[in-house]
Design a protein around this ligand. Structure first.
Ligand code: PHE
Length: 350
């Protein structure tokens, strides 16, 4: 056989191979140990020296031709495979991207952060406590004895679990238990300082958080937010409350154009007690008295339950409705909007 014909034959066989594996099989037919090129070389044994030279050169040339046809086909198959893979994994970079929604703070959270920042600047600590409370913390410690009619001032939610005293746990109807929890949490330190003849450090704390009452209409939600404030020292009085609270309102609403009114009221844990009303002179809320807090000079029985001597440690407490402050600040007229989780409402505050 003419070595040149072998090149054409191999080239067409290689072209017929559709995969790298088929190509390797086709290669073996020509270049393998038992392949056609090898057979031709073996066949030369019977030729004369001159014939060997001529034929051998032709075989070597054919072998080189087959090898280069093989390499060309290998490259072509690899390229085809790469193109197929690129097609399969193609990305349309002109498609619009998928955006992530940006979250934000709830208006009530914003108000609480603002209250914390303002009272923080006046030296108040921030404390948080449990929403499921004992009967003693929510009522008895706050001078609200068992079976006293003042307990029904709040329509409390009770939890179907009893505390160590055998009383139902409750969803705290106000943040006032935090007065007691905070003072008692620091009682050991106060006792040490008093025993050492030092002046006990003043208690200055605010305690924001969720509170619960059986109440639901446009201005009441069964879950709402309060922020308790407490300042106890050797000589802290209603006068200080008025200064602190007026400063707070001015900072919170960014105006000094308002009146503050202390309206006599009743809370078992304060004596005297007052509701705090404010009235703006300008803006959408101008002219109306708005009730914003309950307050009072802490009752001696409550100071005793802090673990302190009411003859030496006196001061005031107040409780503001954080939701109410959000409504006033942002001009929201229905409290329920705040807790429906409707993004059309919530995104307006971002
Ligand atoms: N705890 C009272 C309420 O929920 C508010 C208050 C707090 C009043 C502290 C006086 C002192 O209505």
């Amino acid at each position: 056989m003419n070595p040149n014909d072998l090149v054409a034959e191999a080239t067409s066989d290689f072209a017929a191979a559709a995969t790298p594996a088929q190509l390797e099989d086709a290669k073996a037919v020509y270049l393998g140990k038992a392949g056609k090129v090898t057979a031709m070389m073996k066949g030369m044994a019977t030729l004369s020296a001159d014939e060997k030279r001529v034929f051998g050169a032709a075989v070597n040339q054919a072998k080189a031709g087959i090898e280069s046809a093989l390499t060309a086909r290998r490259d072509a198959l690899a390229e085809a495979q790469l193109q197929a893979q690129l097609r399969a994994e193609s990305l349309d970079v002109s498609l619009p991207g998928r955006s992530h929604a940006v979250g934000g703070l709830h208006p009530v959270s914003r108000v609480i952060e603002r209250v914390e920042a303002i009272f923080g600047s006046m030296g108040f600590d921030v404390a948080e406590g449990p929403e499921i409370e004992t009967d003693w913390m929510s009522f008895t410690a706050l001078n609200n004895p068992e079976n006293h009619p003042a307990r029904s001032m709040q329509d409390t939610f009770y939890v179907d679990v009893k505390d160590a005293q055998g009383r139902w746990l409750n969803l705290r109807p106000h943040t006032s238990p935090m007065q007691v929890r905070y003072a008692r949490a620091h009682a050991a330190r106060y006792a040490r300082e008093i025993a050492a003849g030092l002046t006990m450090p003043e208690i200055r704390v605010i305690a924001p958080g969720r509170t619960y009452r059986v109440d639901s209409d446009a201005t009441h939600s069964p879950m709402f937010h309060q922020c308790e404030g407490l300042w106890i020292g050797e000589n802290v009085s209603f006068k200080d409350l008025k200064v602190i609270f007026t400063d707070f309102i001015a900072a919170f609403f960014e105006t000094s154009d308002f009146d503050v009114r202390f309206r006599p009221s009743f809370f078992p844990f304060t004596e005297p007690s007052a509701e705090i009303d404010i009235r703006f002179h300008q803006g959408a809320l101008a002219g109306r008295w708005l009730e914003v807090a309950g307050s009072g000079q802490v009752h001696p029985n409550v100071v005793r339950n802090y673990g302190l001597d009411p003859e030496r440690h006196i001061g005031f407490a107040f409780g503001i409705g954080a939701d109410r402050f959000a409504m006033l600040r942002y001009g929201i007229d229905d409290l329920r909007l705040m807790f429906e989780g409707d993004l059309r409402f919530l995104t307006q505050f971002q």
